[in-house]
Design a protein around this ligand. Structure first.
Ligand SMILES: *Cc1c(COP(=O)(O)O)cnc(C)c1O
Length: 456
């Protein structure tokens, strides 16, 4: 097919939007390892998880056999505010690169929160409301999750308390104000308002924080307030389930034009956008129906898949969460203050980890100056100013397209453009001023944070 038959943007009709989420675990013969209770080392039960999560979400978390979950109508109605999201054919980028490859991206930045995180935020807020809760606590790294959650909570009239990683809190005052505009309370983490925050501040004076610290604080805040539950924007199986809406729409759009993806690329922080994007495709691989090359892209400064260990670990720095088997750098790993806040997480979704371990996807790590170079190149031809996180996927999509230029292959490359970078202008400024550095942890540093993985 050519330009006249494939539009720049493939928009589905509202009626073509998925009515069910897809749970890729149902098609995995070898399932992701269960979450373990750190005290007993027994698999977590719904009863255990209910103390922290909404009951319905606890059930979704532990269900690895149900392939499809109905999306409640209230959530589908909210989705219609900003979905279906377009699948864009990057004609301008293809032309600029002079590649025979066909490049497509699924653009999830078309909502006020500026990222895919709203897809799960609204689901989690809905189940909290349905359970009659007063509010939720959470952490946010770069601020996208907190923003998405504050929007979702205001829609359902729930209180929203956000612990924001300190370096982002300082770098991104405007994110903070968007959250407050939607009614959330925002506290920089590590803070002095929780026991674990005070402990981390005492141990690591002047720390700029990490997602792992902020998770510990948000969980502590939840346990100390009646009528609250904790919600998490990534990593968990329930989040990947909600994010499958990305992959399902992508697949419907490609199928509509008879396009078969060859390479599918996503950035990986906790693994939710990647997991959501690839789920329906991996499902086909698992059922032996189709084959795809899938690439997870992570920052060289926080390389959990490419340099981490596949082992049980805590999901947070304060060691208050259940243990998850995942590719991890150690829960005490605090990445350097790079500019892709959403990718600064020491671990990785257990589902993505298990798929990676089974060889269904490959992983690459990239340095941030190269990522910003790709972001700039993309912005100048495609118009969208991408989030630094998303730009990791752009970088590898460009690399793959240039490889096709050498080999002459007309591959279909599909990548997830998870969000926009309007709140990342401090990072862009550093890049524009030539002041951006790259930091790659040494083997010694990684060995140190991996030394005290919990014994299971
Ligand atoms: C949070 C975020 C990510 C990374 O999170 P995942 O759970 O790995 O998807 C990527 N891109 C953007 C724009 C984000 O906000």
């Amino acid at each position: 097919m050519n330009k006249t038959t494939i539009p720049y943007k493939i928009y589905l009709d509202e009626q073509e939007m998925p009515k069910q989420w897809y749970n890729v675990r149902a098609d995995m013969k070898k399932k992701p390892a269960p979450l373990l209770n750190p005290a007993t080392l027994q698999p977590m039960t719904v009863e255990d998880l209910e103390a922290v999560f909404c009951t319905e979400l606890a059930k979704q978390e532990l269900d690895d056999t149900t392939a499809y979950f109905d999306i409640p109508e209230e959530i589908r109605n909210f989705y219609k505010m900003y979905r279906p999201s377009p699948l864009v054919r990057a004609y301008c980028l293809e032309e600029k690169l002079g590649t025979p490859a066909h490049i497509y991206y699924k653009f999830e930045g078309n909502n006020t929160s500026g990222s895919h995180k709203l897809n799960s935020a609204i689901a989690q807020a809905y189940y909290a409301k349905k359970q009659g809760l007063k509010g939720v606590t959470t952490e946010t790294g770069a601020g996208q999750w907190g923003t998405a959650l504050s929007m979702a909570c205001s829609y359902f009239d729930l209180d929203c308390q956000v612990y924001m990683v300190k370096c982002s809190y300082e770098q991104k005052p405007f994110r903070r104000e968007v959250m407050r505009t939607y009614g959330a309370t925002v506290t920089p983490s590590p803070s002095m308002t929780t026991e674990i925050g005070r402990k981390i501040n005492a141990e690591f004076p002047g720390t700029t924080g990490s997602l792992g610290c902020a998770i510990s604080e948000a969980v502590e805040a939840e346990t100390k307030q009646e009528g609250y539950r904790y919600v998490l924007g990534s990593v968990l199986a329930q989040v990947l389930l909600h994010q499958s809406v990305i992959g399902l729409e992508t697949k419907t759009a490609l199928d509509k034009y008879g396009v078969k993806a060859d390479v599918i690329i996503g950035c990986a922080g906790g693994g939710s956008n990647l997991g959501g994007l690839i789920s329906p495709f991996v499902g086909e691989m698992l059922r032996g129906e189709n084959d795809y090359q899938i690439i997870a892209v992570e920052p060289a400064s926080c390389p959990s898949l490419t340099r981490g260990k596949y082992a049980y670990d805590f999901c947070d720095t304060g060691k208050v969460t259940p243990l998850a088997k995942m590719y991890t750098l150690g829960s005490e790993f605090i990445p350097s203050a790079n500019h892709a806040g959403g990718l600064r997480y020491h671990g990785m979704s257990s589902i993505v980890s298990e798929l990676y371990d089974q060889g269904l996807l490959e992983a690459r790590s990239v340095e941030q100056t190269e990522v910003f170079k790709a972001a700039e190149q993309f912005a100048r031809v495609e118009g969208i100013l991408p989030a630094p996180e998303s730009s990791h996927a752009i970088k590898v999509a460009i690399d793959e397209a240039l490889r096709c230029k050498e080999t002459g292959e007309e591959k279909n490359i599909v990548f997830g453009l998870t969000g926009t970078g309007y709140f990342d202008m401090v990072a862009y400024q550093k890049y524009n001023d030539g002041e951006m550095g790259d930091y790659i942890p040494t083997d010694e540093e990684l060995a140190k944070s991996l030394a005290d993985l919990p014994q299971t």
